[in-house]
Design a protein around this ligand. Sequence first.
Ligand code: ADP
Length: 388
Amino acid sequence: MTMNRKNMRDQRLGILGAGQLGKMLCQRASQWNLKTILLDKSSEFPAAGMADEFITGDFTDAQDVAKLIGRCDRATIEIEKVSSEGLRKLRASGISVQPNIESLDVIKDKGLQKNFYRDAGFPSSAYRLISTEAEIKELVSQGKLPLPFVLKSRTGGYDGKGVQIVKTVDELDQLISGPYLIEELVDIAKELAVIAVANERGEVRSFPMVEMLFDPKANLVDYLICPSDVSPAIENHARQLAESLIAEMKICGLLSVEMFLTSDGEILINEVAPRPHNSGHHTIEACNHSQYEMHLRGVMNWPLPEIELVRPAAMLNILGTGEIGKTMIQGWQDLMTEPNVYPHIYGKNLSKPYRKMGHITVTGTTIEEVKQRSERIKGRLRVSGRTS
Ligand code: ADP
Protein backbone atom coordinates (compact mmCIF):
# COMPACT_ATOMS: atom_id res chain seq x y z
CA MET A 1 0.00 0.00 0.00
CA THR A 2 1.46 3.41 -0.95
CA MET A 3 1.60 6.30 1.50
CA ASN A 4 -1.13 8.10 -0.39
CA ARG A 5 -3.62 5.30 0.06
CA LYS A 6 -2.93 5.19 3.77
CA ASN A 7 -5.75 6.25 5.98
CA MET A 8 -5.24 9.88 7.00
CA ARG A 9 -5.17 8.80 10.64
CA ASP A 10 -2.17 6.60 9.94
CA GLN A 11 -0.16 9.39 8.33
CA ARG A 12 2.43 11.22 10.33
CA LEU A 13 3.80 14.63 9.46
CA GLY A 14 7.19 15.78 10.75
CA ILE A 15 7.57 19.55 11.24
CA LEU A 16 10.89 21.32 11.77
CA GLY A 17 10.39 24.29 14.10
CA ALA A 18 8.12 24.79 17.11
CA GLY A 19 7.37 28.52 16.86
CA GLN A 20 3.96 30.13 16.39
CA LEU A 21 3.64 28.95 12.79
CA GLY A 22 4.28 25.37 13.90
CA LYS A 23 1.73 25.83 16.67
CA MET A 24 -1.01 26.92 14.28
CA LEU A 25 -0.09 24.09 11.86
CA CYS A 26 -0.43 21.55 14.70
CA GLN A 27 -3.75 23.04 15.82
CA ARG A 28 -5.15 22.62 12.31
CA ALA A 29 -3.67 19.14 11.87
CA SER A 30 -5.27 18.03 15.12
CA GLN A 31 -8.72 18.96 13.74
CA TRP A 32 -8.15 16.24 11.12
CA ASN A 33 -6.43 13.94 13.60
CA LEU A 34 -3.34 14.11 11.39
CA LYS A 35 -0.45 13.17 13.67
CA THR A 36 2.37 15.71 14.05
CA ILE A 37 5.96 15.11 15.15
CA LEU A 38 7.82 18.31 15.96
CA LEU A 39 11.54 18.87 16.23
CA ASP A 40 13.07 21.93 17.93
CA LYS A 41 15.49 22.85 20.70
CA SER A 42 13.08 23.20 23.61
CA SER A 43 9.83 21.64 24.70
CA GLU A 44 9.04 25.10 26.15
CA PHE A 45 8.55 26.55 22.63
CA PRO A 46 5.02 27.60 21.53
CA ALA A 47 4.14 24.56 19.39
CA ALA A 48 5.68 21.82 21.54
CA GLY A 49 2.59 21.12 23.62
CA MET A 50 0.37 20.97 20.50
CA ALA A 51 2.24 18.15 18.76
CA ASP A 52 1.51 14.44 19.09
CA GLU A 53 5.21 13.87 19.58
CA PHE A 54 8.07 16.26 20.37
CA ILE A 55 11.71 15.53 19.58
CA THR A 56 14.36 17.72 21.17
CA GLY A 57 16.94 18.69 18.56
CA ASP A 58 18.53 21.53 16.61
CA PHE A 59 16.92 21.84 13.18
CA THR A 60 20.10 23.46 11.81
CA ASP A 61 22.00 20.24 12.57
CA ALA A 62 21.80 17.44 9.97
CA GLN A 63 22.14 14.62 12.53
CA ASP A 64 19.37 16.07 14.67
CA VAL A 65 17.04 16.52 11.68
CA ALA A 66 17.66 12.84 10.85
CA LYS A 67 16.00 11.95 14.17
CA LEU A 68 12.71 12.22 12.23
CA ILE A 69 13.64 9.15 10.15
CA GLY A 70 11.27 6.28 10.90
CA ARG A 71 8.91 8.62 12.79
CA CYS A 72 6.97 10.21 9.89
CA ASP A 73 5.87 9.68 6.26
CA ARG A 74 6.14 13.34 5.22
CA ALA A 75 8.04 16.32 6.55
CA THR A 76 7.81 20.09 6.25
CA ILE A 77 9.17 23.27 7.84
CA GLU A 78 7.90 26.36 9.61
CA ILE A 79 11.21 28.23 9.23
CA GLU A 80 13.72 28.35 6.34
CA LYS A 81 17.01 28.10 8.19
CA VAL A 82 16.84 24.33 8.68
CA SER A 83 19.68 22.00 7.67
CA SER A 84 19.22 21.12 3.97
CA GLU A 85 21.67 18.25 4.47
CA GLY A 86 19.33 16.93 7.17
CA LEU A 87 16.34 17.27 4.82
CA ARG A 88 18.26 15.30 2.17
CA LYS A 89 18.81 12.52 4.68
CA LEU A 90 15.04 12.45 5.32
CA ARG A 91 14.32 12.33 1.59
CA ALA A 92 16.89 9.56 1.04
CA SER A 93 15.12 7.52 3.73
CA GLY A 94 11.86 7.68 1.76
CA ILE A 95 10.17 10.57 3.59
CA SER A 96 8.42 13.02 1.24
CA VAL A 97 9.91 16.44 2.06
CA GLN A 98 8.12 19.68 1.14
CA PRO A 99 9.06 22.38 0.18
CA ASN A 100 11.44 20.86 -2.33
CA ILE A 101 14.99 21.14 -1.00
CA GLU A 102 16.59 22.58 -4.13
CA SER A 103 14.15 25.52 -4.16
CA LEU A 104 14.58 25.98 -0.41
CA ASP A 105 18.33 26.36 -1.00
CA VAL A 106 17.62 29.07 -3.57
CA ILE A 107 15.23 30.86 -1.21
CA LYS A 108 17.64 30.78 1.74
CA ASP A 109 20.10 32.94 -0.22
CA LYS A 110 18.61 36.29 -1.34
CA GLY A 111 21.25 36.47 -4.10
CA LEU A 112 20.27 33.10 -5.58
CA GLN A 113 16.60 34.13 -5.26
CA LYS A 114 17.23 37.21 -7.41
CA ASN A 115 19.15 35.11 -9.99
CA PHE A 116 16.17 32.74 -10.11
CA TYR A 117 13.70 35.59 -10.82
CA ARG A 118 16.00 36.97 -13.53
CA ASP A 119 16.54 33.58 -15.22
CA ALA A 120 12.87 32.56 -15.06
CA GLY A 121 11.61 35.98 -16.21
CA PHE A 122 9.84 37.15 -13.03
CA PRO A 123 9.75 40.91 -12.37
CA SER A 124 12.02 42.04 -9.52
CA SER A 125 14.14 45.13 -8.80
CA ALA A 126 17.56 45.67 -10.49
CA TYR A 127 20.40 44.19 -8.44
CA ARG A 128 23.98 43.08 -8.22
CA LEU A 129 25.85 40.65 -5.97
CA ILE A 130 28.94 41.86 -4.10
CA SER A 131 31.12 39.88 -1.71
CA THR A 132 32.86 42.38 0.56
CA GLU A 133 32.54 45.79 2.19
CA ALA A 134 35.81 46.85 0.52
CA GLU A 135 34.36 46.21 -2.94
CA ILE A 136 31.27 48.28 -2.11
CA LYS A 137 33.43 51.20 -0.96
CA GLU A 138 35.59 50.97 -4.07
CA LEU A 139 32.62 50.87 -6.44
CA VAL A 140 31.03 53.88 -4.71
CA SER A 141 34.28 55.86 -4.81
CA GLN A 142 34.69 55.06 -8.53
CA GLY A 143 31.13 56.26 -9.17
CA LYS A 144 30.11 52.76 -10.35
CA LEU A 145 27.58 52.26 -7.55
CA PRO A 146 25.35 55.31 -7.18
CA LEU A 147 23.81 56.19 -3.81
CA PRO A 148 21.21 55.55 -2.47
CA PHE A 149 20.91 51.77 -2.67
CA VAL A 150 19.44 48.94 -0.61
CA LEU A 151 21.96 46.60 0.95
CA LYS A 152 20.91 43.13 2.09
CA SER A 153 22.85 40.31 3.73
CA ARG A 154 22.41 37.38 1.35
CA THR A 155 21.66 34.97 4.19
CA GLY A 156 20.27 35.02 7.70
CA GLY A 157 18.10 38.18 7.61
CA TYR A 158 14.51 38.33 8.86
CA ASP A 159 11.94 40.97 9.85
CA GLY A 160 14.05 43.73 8.29
CA LYS A 161 17.22 42.68 10.19
CA GLY A 162 19.85 42.29 7.49
CA VAL A 163 18.46 45.16 5.35
CA GLN A 164 20.06 48.60 5.22
CA ILE A 165 19.20 51.58 3.06
CA VAL A 166 22.52 53.27 2.32
CA LYS A 167 22.00 56.95 1.50
CA THR A 168 25.29 58.67 2.29
CA VAL A 169 29.03 57.92 2.01
CA ASP A 170 29.31 58.15 5.84
CA GLU A 171 27.03 55.16 6.21
CA LEU A 172 29.57 53.02 4.34
CA ASP A 173 31.49 52.75 7.62
CA GLN A 174 28.65 50.92 9.38
CA LEU A 175 27.52 48.23 6.98
CA ILE A 176 25.68 45.04 7.87
CA SER A 177 27.54 41.79 7.28
CA GLY A 178 28.14 40.32 3.81
CA PRO A 179 28.17 38.69 1.31
CA TYR A 180 25.71 41.16 -0.14
CA LEU A 181 22.78 41.62 -2.43
CA ILE A 182 22.51 45.23 -3.57
CA GLU A 183 19.18 46.41 -4.97
CA GLU A 184 18.05 49.68 -6.46
CA LEU A 185 15.87 51.67 -4.06
CA VAL A 186 12.35 51.07 -5.35
CA ASP A 187 9.79 53.88 -5.22
CA ILE A 188 7.19 51.79 -3.38
CA ALA A 189 3.51 52.81 -3.57
CA LYS A 190 2.28 49.75 -1.64
CA GLU A 191 3.70 46.59 -0.09
CA LEU A 192 1.55 43.59 -0.96
CA ALA A 193 1.63 39.85 -0.36
CA VAL A 194 0.01 36.85 -2.00
CA ILE A 195 0.22 33.31 -0.64
CA ALA A 196 0.07 30.55 -3.24
CA VAL A 197 -0.34 26.84 -2.58
CA ALA A 198 0.29 23.74 -4.68
CA ASN A 199 0.29 19.96 -4.36
CA GLU A 200 1.98 17.09 -6.21
CA ARG A 201 -1.12 16.56 -8.36
CA GLY A 202 -0.37 19.91 -10.04
CA GLU A 203 -3.24 21.84 -8.43
CA VAL A 204 -2.35 25.47 -7.72
CA ARG A 205 -4.42 28.08 -5.82
CA SER A 206 -3.79 31.47 -4.24
CA PHE A 207 -5.20 33.51 -1.40
CA PRO A 208 -6.70 36.98 -1.88
CA MET A 209 -3.95 39.61 -1.73
CA VAL A 210 -3.11 41.48 1.48
CA GLU A 211 -1.75 44.99 1.86
CA MET A 212 0.66 46.10 4.58
CA LEU A 213 -0.26 49.43 6.13
CA PHE A 214 2.66 51.45 7.51
CA ASP A 215 2.73 53.67 10.55
CA PRO A 216 3.95 56.92 8.91
CA LYS A 217 5.72 58.04 12.13
CA ALA A 218 7.58 54.83 12.98
CA ASN A 219 7.83 53.68 9.32
CA LEU A 220 6.99 50.17 10.53
CA VAL A 221 4.32 47.81 9.25
CA ASP A 222 1.38 48.66 11.44
CA TYR A 223 -1.14 46.11 10.33
CA LEU A 224 -2.25 44.10 7.29
CA ILE A 225 -5.60 44.37 5.55
CA CYS A 226 -7.51 42.07 3.23
CA PRO A 227 -8.95 42.91 0.75
CA SER A 228 -6.20 45.27 -0.34
CA ASP A 229 -6.97 48.69 -1.72
CA VAL A 230 -5.82 48.00 -5.31
CA SER A 231 -7.69 47.41 -8.57
CA PRO A 232 -8.90 43.89 -9.43
CA ALA A 233 -6.55 43.96 -12.46
CA ILE A 234 -3.50 44.45 -10.22
CA GLU A 235 -4.70 41.81 -7.76
CA ASN A 236 -5.26 39.28 -10.57
CA HIS A 237 -1.83 40.01 -11.99
CA ALA A 238 -0.20 39.56 -8.54
CA ARG A 239 -2.04 36.30 -7.91
CA GLN A 240 -1.04 34.98 -11.34
CA LEU A 241 2.59 35.86 -10.63
CA ALA A 242 2.49 34.00 -7.28
CA GLU A 243 0.80 30.97 -8.88
CA SER A 244 3.34 30.87 -11.75
CA LEU A 245 6.22 31.22 -9.29
CA ILE A 246 5.14 28.32 -7.06
CA ALA A 247 4.79 26.14 -10.17
CA GLU A 248 8.20 27.25 -11.48
CA MET A 249 9.84 26.50 -8.11
CA LYS A 250 8.08 23.11 -7.95
CA ILE A 251 7.08 23.73 -4.36
CA CYS A 252 4.22 21.89 -2.64
CA GLY A 253 2.54 23.50 0.35
CA LEU A 254 2.60 27.28 0.65
CA LEU A 255 4.75 29.87 -1.06
CA SER A 256 4.28 33.34 0.46
CA VAL A 257 5.24 36.03 -2.01
CA GLU A 258 6.02 39.58 -0.83
CA MET A 259 5.71 42.19 -3.56
CA PHE A 260 6.08 45.91 -4.18
CA LEU A 261 3.60 47.93 -6.22
CA THR A 262 5.76 50.74 -7.61
CA SER A 263 4.60 54.32 -8.10
CA ASP A 264 4.56 53.48 -11.86
CA GLY A 265 2.01 50.72 -11.26
CA GLU A 266 4.46 47.87 -11.78
CA ILE A 267 4.53 44.78 -9.56
CA LEU A 268 7.96 43.57 -8.42
CA ILE A 269 8.62 40.42 -6.41
CA ASN A 270 10.61 41.26 -3.27
CA GLU A 271 11.09 37.89 -1.58
CA VAL A 272 9.37 34.59 -0.87
CA ALA A 273 8.97 32.12 1.99
CA PRO A 274 7.99 28.44 1.41
CA ARG A 275 5.84 28.08 4.54
CA PRO A 276 2.97 29.74 6.43
CA HIS A 277 3.57 33.48 6.78
CA ASN A 278 2.76 36.43 8.97
CA SER A 279 0.74 37.85 6.06
CA GLY A 280 -1.65 34.88 6.24
CA HIS A 281 -2.65 34.79 9.91
CA HIS A 282 -6.00 36.46 9.20
CA THR A 283 -7.00 33.55 6.93
CA ILE A 284 -7.96 31.54 10.04
CA GLU A 285 -10.97 33.77 10.67
CA ALA A 286 -11.42 35.52 7.32
CA CYS A 287 -11.14 32.83 4.61
CA ASN A 288 -13.05 29.65 3.85
CA HIS A 289 -9.74 27.73 4.27
CA SER A 290 -6.80 28.98 6.36
CA GLN A 291 -3.16 29.12 5.23
CA TYR A 292 -2.35 26.42 7.81
CA GLU A 293 -5.00 24.08 6.43
CA MET A 294 -3.82 24.74 2.87
CA HIS A 295 -0.16 24.11 3.77
CA LEU A 296 -1.13 20.74 5.23
CA ARG A 297 -3.22 19.88 2.17
CA GLY A 298 -0.29 20.87 -0.10
CA VAL A 299 2.40 18.87 1.71
CA MET A 300 0.12 15.85 2.23
CA ASN A 301 -0.88 15.95 -1.47
CA TRP A 302 -4.56 16.29 -0.66
CA PRO A 303 -7.06 18.19 -2.85
CA LEU A 304 -6.92 22.00 -2.88
CA PRO A 305 -10.32 23.73 -2.93
CA GLU A 306 -10.77 27.28 -4.27
CA ILE A 307 -9.94 29.90 -1.65
CA GLU A 308 -12.25 32.81 -0.90
CA LEU A 309 -12.25 35.73 1.47
CA VAL A 310 -15.43 35.31 3.50
CA ARG A 311 -15.18 38.62 5.42
CA PRO A 312 -12.88 41.65 5.35
CA ALA A 313 -10.13 41.48 7.95
CA ALA A 314 -7.10 43.16 9.48
CA MET A 315 -4.21 41.51 11.33
CA LEU A 316 -2.25 43.36 14.00
CA ASN A 317 1.01 41.87 15.28
CA ILE A 318 1.53 42.04 19.03
CA LEU A 319 5.19 42.84 19.53
CA GLY A 320 7.02 42.67 22.86
CA THR A 321 7.64 46.05 24.49
CA GLY A 322 9.84 47.30 27.32
CA GLU A 323 12.48 45.07 28.83
CA ILE A 324 13.59 41.51 28.05
CA GLY A 325 11.94 39.33 30.68
CA LYS A 326 9.23 36.87 31.61
CA THR A 327 6.17 37.47 29.43
CA MET A 328 3.45 39.62 30.96
CA ILE A 329 0.14 40.27 29.16
CA GLN A 330 -2.03 43.30 29.88
CA GLY A 331 -5.37 44.38 28.46
CA TRP A 332 -6.69 40.88 27.79
CA GLN A 333 -10.04 41.23 29.63
CA ASP A 334 -10.68 44.59 28.00
CA LEU A 335 -10.15 43.21 24.49
CA MET A 336 -12.40 40.21 25.16
CA THR A 337 -15.43 42.54 25.33
CA GLU A 338 -15.08 43.33 21.60
CA PRO A 339 -17.02 41.22 19.08
CA ASN A 340 -15.20 39.92 15.96
CA VAL A 341 -11.81 40.50 17.54
CA TYR A 342 -9.63 37.38 17.77
CA PRO A 343 -6.46 37.57 19.87
CA HIS A 344 -3.85 34.83 19.43
CA ILE A 345 -1.17 34.54 22.11
CA TYR A 346 1.80 32.45 21.03
CA GLY A 347 2.97 31.38 24.47
CA LYS A 348 6.59 32.52 24.31
CA ASN A 349 7.98 32.56 27.84
CA LEU A 350 10.42 35.36 27.18
CA SER A 351 9.28 38.74 25.92
CA LYS A 352 11.81 40.88 24.02
CA PRO A 353 11.28 44.29 22.41
CA TYR A 354 9.82 43.83 18.90
CA ARG A 355 9.59 40.04 19.28
CA LYS A 356 6.37 38.66 17.75
CA MET A 357 4.42 37.57 20.83
CA GLY A 358 0.96 37.21 19.31
CA HIS A 359 -1.47 38.77 16.86
CA ILE A 360 -5.04 40.00 16.72
CA THR A 361 -7.38 39.47 13.80
CA VAL A 362 -10.27 41.90 13.42
CA THR A 363 -13.12 41.08 11.03
CA GLY A 364 -16.10 43.15 9.94
CA THR A 365 -18.61 43.91 7.22
CA THR A 366 -16.53 46.43 5.26
CA ILE A 367 -12.79 47.08 5.15
CA GLU A 368 -13.40 50.71 6.26
CA GLU A 369 -15.13 49.49 9.41
CA VAL A 370 -12.33 46.95 10.03
CA LYS A 371 -9.68 49.67 9.66
CA GLN A 372 -11.47 52.03 12.05
CA ARG A 373 -11.85 49.33 14.68
CA SER A 374 -8.24 48.23 14.23
CA GLU A 375 -7.08 51.80 14.93
CA ARG A 376 -9.14 51.77 18.14
CA ILE A 377 -7.87 48.35 19.23
CA LYS A 378 -4.20 48.99 18.45
CA GLY A 379 -2.06 48.92 21.59
CA ARG A 380 -4.86 47.80 23.92
CA LEU A 381 -3.31 44.35 24.35
CA ARG A 382 0.25 44.80 25.57
CA VAL A 383 2.94 42.18 26.03
CA SER A 384 6.06 43.15 27.93
CA GLY A 385 8.89 41.57 29.88
CA ARG A 386 8.91 41.36 33.67
CA THR A 387 12.46 41.48 34.98
CA SER A 388 11.86 41.03 38.72
P1 ADP B 1 13.30 40.78 5.43
O1 ADP B 1 13.67 39.50 4.74
O2 ADP B 1 14.15 41.04 6.62
O3 ADP B 1 11.82 40.89 5.70
P2 ADP B 1 12.97 42.48 3.09
O4 ADP B 1 13.78 42.13 1.89
O5 ADP B 1 11.53 42.08 3.04
O6 ADP B 1 13.68 41.94 4.41
O7 ADP B 1 13.05 44.04 3.34
C1 ADP B 1 12.45 44.66 4.46
C2 ADP B 1 11.80 45.96 4.05
O8 ADP B 1 12.76 46.85 3.46
C3 ADP B 1 10.71 45.80 2.98
O9 ADP B 1 9.49 45.45 3.56
C4 ADP B 1 10.70 47.19 2.36
O10 ADP B 1 9.95 48.09 3.17
C5 ADP B 1 12.17 47.60 2.41
N1 ADP B 1 12.84 47.25 1.12
C6 ADP B 1 13.39 46.05 0.81
N2 ADP B 1 13.92 46.07 -0.44
C7 ADP B 1 13.70 47.30 -0.93
C8 ADP B 1 14.01 47.96 -2.16
N3 ADP B 1 14.69 47.35 -3.15
N4 ADP B 1 13.62 49.26 -2.33
C9 ADP B 1 12.96 49.90 -1.33
N5 ADP B 1 12.66 49.37 -0.14
C10 ADP B 1 13.01 48.08 0.07
